[in-house]
Design a protein around this ligand. Sequence first.
Ligand SMILES: Nc1ncnc2c1ncn2[C@@H]1O[C@H](COP(=O)(O)OP(=O)(O)OP(=O)(O)O)[C@@H](O)[C@H]1O
Length: 262
Amino acid sequence: MQAVDSILSNQPGNNQQPALNIQNLVAGYEQRVLLRNLFLCLPGPAFVAIIGHNGCGKTTLFRALTGQIPYQGTVHLAGHDLRQVRRPAATGLLAHLPQRSSVGFPIEVRELVVMGRFRHHRFLSSYSKRDYELAEAALQRVGAAHLSRRDFTQLSGGEQQLVWLAQLALQDAGLYLLDEPTQQLDVYYRRRIFDLLHEWVAQAGKTILCITHDLDNLAALPGYLLNLSRPEPQLQPLSAAVVQAEREFLESEASLAVPPAR
Ligand SMILES: Nc1ncnc2c1ncn2[C@@H]1O[C@H](COP(=O)(O)OP(=O)(O)OP(=O)(O)O)[C@@H](O)[C@H]1O
């Protein structure tokens, strides 16, 4: 992870392309601008927890980054202008775990997880023994190896969430966008998932933007916090004091008095 000074000054270090560089982003719906002049520069791999009130625009930011809604401003991923990349997931630039994903047909868990290897396959080519080994290993890492042969549609919401995370890990993208990945998990798995995300950053050099309301688990993590309910959201290094200050802000009436344009 890069020096905090480098990140907070929004400057890339050592002539590298920033992992993620968002400049002057404006996005929203029709007449309603939710994100106004957002700047975010991550010189290298980092974990960023994105917090804020319901409806402040967290998922909207991900919709802009995944090309689901138009935006003004620029977004560069590892030096690539996002507007010029037709299918960022297919090129391994980013992978996205939406808030709710469902599957409408019975499927064995490992068959769903192995699909995370799609970039390494041509259309309709079958997955290899090695792909399945990688899928099993990914399930093991999220603590869900025992679910491998179960029907995905019969799992609990929390179990399904673990399976999606295993599939995501297999996609091996540079940037991961996770929308409330721990929302249905119990306390043990919440902690485990945040530890896992930290490993993805520290050991695999991934950059993670993670929308969460789970403030309790953030204080002990290395990384950064971005509170989109602030009038001018800024990256702050994660610490107990920062999390407490942002919690107090979100609990205050004043935070709801932020102009509706945000
Ligand atoms: N397609 C749409 N058209 C118009 N408004 C929308 C659309 N999608 C979402 N919104 C509105 O935009 C606002 C921001 O939505 P968004 O999903 O980004 O919130 P969020 O910060 O992720 O909230 P939460 O924490 O509840 O998930 C909400 O008020 C929502 O109703």
